[in-house]
Design a protein around this ligand. Structure first.
Ligand SMILES: Cc1ncc(COP(=O)(O)O)c(C=O)c1O
Length: 363
């Protein structure tokens, strides 16, 4: 079976090296030495000044919303993973969707201003598949209306925009280190901000709002990650560059094989680097997508409709609304297998099935 993704696992003895340290210290969680070491290594690797290691990208989003004291309406994208929207609702705010750009698949910055009302307090936009949003336009709007910006950079580990880490943009950016991500710590997330005071606040919130012995300075949550998770993060970090270059090679193989295929690809932000986190293709019709999926599955290849359905039309706690571009793209986008161990022969096989289905489909 070829899965759509498989987690990278470091050599077990390198992981055990950290686990032995945990056994020796008997310090399992509560921002222990491995968590702190991971934060330090990640700050260097990503070239960001302020960063927190948390339990997940989702908790990172929730802490970001809370730390920025957001209320009312938050403008967001319907084309993302459910956590982007659910974090807003969970924090008692109201998601206001703005449709996406049909090329980049990120929020359409030209449509944001018309959605702003006196109740709008922030924009929460996703760098979809790691492809940065129109950051300059979003920042301009946020400055004009004095609203905050959170970037959901769950997919954007190691991406740079205009030569700087993607995590340095917006008031707060979050990243996911979940096992399905190109770099992971089994479960995990990052909260990054340029503002040291805001980081301090988020850091207190990560630990129940505890500011000292028997002292609480704020409302908080348990967003601390364990030493076991940090151990996986540390063991994996050494391999990130290798993981990204392997994914690049696989991506280039797909690109070469699918040159003649009748499908489109998201248009990448010209000022951004790539991390090859996903390989999404946009097929001509939903029926063709279903045919491709079915035939691949018959051949033991799993793909994923990511993101489908559009968040504006499938959440039981929100009224369903139509957003033509997001509705259309989400029906036609398919992520193909992409992971460190995927062989180029397997890529050739996957592409041959896709091309065969396309050639056999009458229009
Ligand atoms: C765009 C996006 N945002 C947020 C998340 C949530 O991250 P986590 O699974 O670490 O909570 C994900 C997870 O896949 C995601 O894809």
């Amino acid at each position: 079976m070829i899965y759509v993704t498989r987690p990278f696992l470091p050599p077990i003895d390198e992981y055990q090296h950290y686990i032995h340290q945990i056994w020796k210290r008997q310090w399992l969680t509560n921002i222990g030495p491995l968590s702190s070491e991971l934060e330090d290594h990640l700050k260097k690797f990503l070239d960001v000044e302020h960063l927190l290691y948390v339990t997940s990208g989702t908790i990172g989003l929730q802490i970001a919303i809370k730390a920025l004291e957001l209320k009312g309406d938050i403008i967001t994208t319907p084309f993302s993973f459910v956590a982007t929207t659910s974090a807003i609702v969970w924090e008692g705010c109201n998601p206001v969707f703005v449709d996406i750009d049909s090329q980049s698949l990120t929020i359409d910055a030209t449509k944001i201003e018309q959605a702003i009302t006196p109740d709008t307090t922030a924009i929460l936009a996703t760098h979809v598949y790691g492809n940065p949003c129109d950051i300059d336009a979003i920042d301009k709007i946020a400055n004009k209306y004095k609203i905050k910006v959170i970037y959901d950079a769950a997919h954007a580990f190691a991406i740079t925009y205009k030569g700087k880490s993607i995590l340095t943009y917006g008031d707060i950016s979050i990243c996911s280190l979940h096992a399905t991500k190109l770099y992971h710590s089994t479960e995990g997330g990052l909260v990054a901000t340029k503002d040291p005071m805001l980081l301090k606040k988020a850091s207190l919130m990560r630990n129940f709002g505890i500011s000292g012995f028997n002292q609480y300075s704020d409302l908080g949550i348990n967003g601390k990650n364990s030493e076991f998770h940090a151990a996986m993060g540390l063991a994996n970090l050494k391999y990130v560059r290798d993981i990204i270059s392997k994914r690049k090679e696989i991506t280039e193989k797909y690109n070469a094989n699918l040159k003649s295929a009748k499908c489109l690809f998201p248009v990448w932000n010209k000022d951004a680097s790539r991390n090859y986190a996903y390989y999404p293709i946009i097929l001509q019709t939903e029926q063709l997508l279903l045919n491709v999926m079915e035939e691949l599955e018959k051949n033991q290849v799993l793909t994923r409709r990511y993101f489908y359905p559009s968040l504006s039309s499938c959440l039981p706690y929100l009224d369903s609304q139509e957003y033509p571009v997001s509705d259309d793209i989400s029906k036609r986008v398919l992520c193909l297998p992409l992971y460190y161990d995927l062989t180029l022969e397997e890529v050739n096989f996957i592409c041959s099935v896709i091309l065969r289905v396309q050639n056999n489909t009458s229009w």
